[in-house]
Design a protein around this ligand. Structure first.
Ligand code: ZN
Length: 346
C-alpha cells in the first residue's frame, strides 16, 4: 500500500509500505479522507512538533475516516464496507489519569502519527490503517468522509468548551480563527452563547468564523487598538477561549475577559517562557485552564456531524489526492487561502 511518509523536515513522499493485518479486536480501515492538522504541518516543516522530534520515518495523519476493509477476530460491532470515523486516541486505561477518568491525559497514550513515543506511532494517511474496534464510529453509507474526519478537531473544540463550563446565554471571545477557533465558534453557538467575538490576523479565516457562528470579528492586523477599545477598561466577555497559540492571543483574552470570568488555553503556546500580563488573573479573579485533546467528546462530535446539528462545510476549503501530497501540504500551510485541507488516496 501507499503511505504519506515523512523521513525528515520537508522530505514527505508517497512510499510503499506493507499492507496491515488486523489483530484480535482490530479492523483494517481503507482511508476515505483525512484532514491535515497543524501538528502534521509542524512535523512537515520542522521535522518535529514541539518537544517531539522525528527519530525515524513517520506516516502522518490522525484526523481520519474511511471504510472497514477487513475485520480481525473478536470484532463484533463492525462489518466490512461500513463507513467509520476513527478516533486516533488510544489511552492505556491503567495509569492514574486514566483511572481518574481523565483519559485525555493518559501517560502511556498511543496517538496516530505522533513522534511522542519511540518507536513512533504511525499515522493514518495511508491506503489502509489499523484501528481498534472501539475507536471506530459508524456513519451513514453516503456520509462524506472529509466531514466525518472533522470529528477529531471538533472533539478538541468540544473538550475545550467543556473546560469553560456552561456558555449558555453568555458572551464568548475566541482568540484565533484557525480550524479549532472556527469550531469553537460553532460549538459555542450550539451551546447557546449569545455573543461570540473572534480575532485573527487575516480576513479570510474571520469570514469562515462568521459563517460558522461568530457574531462579530476583529482583524488585529487592520485594527491594532480594537482589543483595548472593546475591553472597555476591565473586560466585557464572560469566557475567553485562546485558540491561536500565540502569546498575543492570551494577552487579548486577559484584557477582554471580565472580572470573575474564565480563560481556556487550547492553542499550543511556544516552547519555553512566554510573556503575558498575568497580574490580571489576580485583579480580575480570572480562572485560567488548559485544555488538551479530548476523550468522550469524540463520540459526541461524530453525533453532531451525523445529525447535521454541526455544519463544518464552510471550513473544508480544499481537497487533494495522494498524488499531490506536497501541494496539499503547501496549501494547508497558507492560512490566507486554506482552512482545512482534506487528503484522499485517489
Ligand atoms: Zn493511561
Amino acid at each position: 500500500m501507499k503511505a504519506c511518509l515523512l523521513r525528515s523536515a520537508r522530505d514527505l513522499q508517497l512510499s510503499e509500505l506493507p499492507d496491515p493485518e488486523p489483530g484480535p479486536g482490530q479492523v483494517v480501515v481503507r482511508l476515505g479522507a483525512g484532514g491535515i492538522c497543524g501538528s502534521d504541518l509542524h512535523y512537515y516543516a520542522n521535522g518535529g512538533n514541539g518537544d517531539f522530534l522525528l527519530r525515524e520515518p513517520l506516516v502522518l495523519g490522525h484526523e481520519v475516516a474511511g471504510e472497514v476493509a477487513a475485520v480481525g477476530r473478536e470484532v463484533r460491532s463492525l462489518k466490512v464496507g461500513e463507513r467509520v470515523a476513527v478516533n486516533p486516541n488510544h489511552p492505556c486505561g491503567q495509569c492514574r489519569p486514566c483511572l481518574a477518568g481523565r483519559r485525555n491525559l493518559c501517560q502511556n497514550v498511543v496517538f496516530y502519527g505522533s513522534a511522542a513515543r519511540f518507536p513512533h506511532v504511525q499515522g493514518a494517511f495511508a491506503d489502509f490503517f489499523l484501528a481498534n474496534e472501539e475507536n471506530c464510529f459508524v456513519v451513514p453509507e453516503d456520509f462524506p468522509y472529509r466531514v466525518a474526519a472533522c470529528a477529531e478537531p471538533l472533539a478538541v473544540a468540544l473538550h475545550a468548551l467543556e473546560q469553560a463550563g456552561s456558555v449558555d446565554g453568555k458572551s464568548v471571545f475566541v482568540a484565533g480563527s484557525g480550524p479549532i477557533g472556527v469550531l469553537l465558534c460553532a460549538a459555542a453557538r450550539l451551546a447557546g452563547a449569545s455573543r461570540i467575538c473572534t480575532s485573527d490576523l487575516l480576513d479570510e479565516p474571520l469570514a469562515i468564523a462568521r459563517s460558522m457562528g461568530a457574531t462579530e470579528s476583529i482583524n488585529v492586523t487592520d485594527q491594532p487598538g480594537r482589543i483595548e477599545e472593546l475591553a472597555h477598561g476591565r473586560g466585557v466577555f464572560e469566557v475567553a477561549l485562546e485558540a491561536s497559540g500565540h502569546p498575543s492571543g492570551l494577552e487579548a483574552a486577559l484584557a477582554l475577559v471580565e472580572p470573575g470570568g474564565s480563560i481556556v488555553q487550547v492553542g499550543n503556546l511556544p516552547r519555553g517562557k512566554i510573556a503575558a500580563p498575568l497580574g490580571k488573573l489576580v485583579a480580575k479573579e480570572i480562572r485560567l485552564a488548559g485544555s488538551f485533546r479530548f476523550d468522550g467528546e469524540y463520540a459526541r462530535a461524530v453525533d453532531l456531524l451525523k445529525t447535521g446539528r454541526m455544519d463544518v462545510t464552510p471550513m473544508l476549503t480544499h481537497e487533494f489526492t495522494f498524488a499531490d501530497l506536497v501541494p496539499a501540504f503547501a496549501t494547508a500551510a497558507n492560512k490566507r487561502v486554506a482552512m482545512k485541507v482534506s487528503l484522499r488516496p485517489s
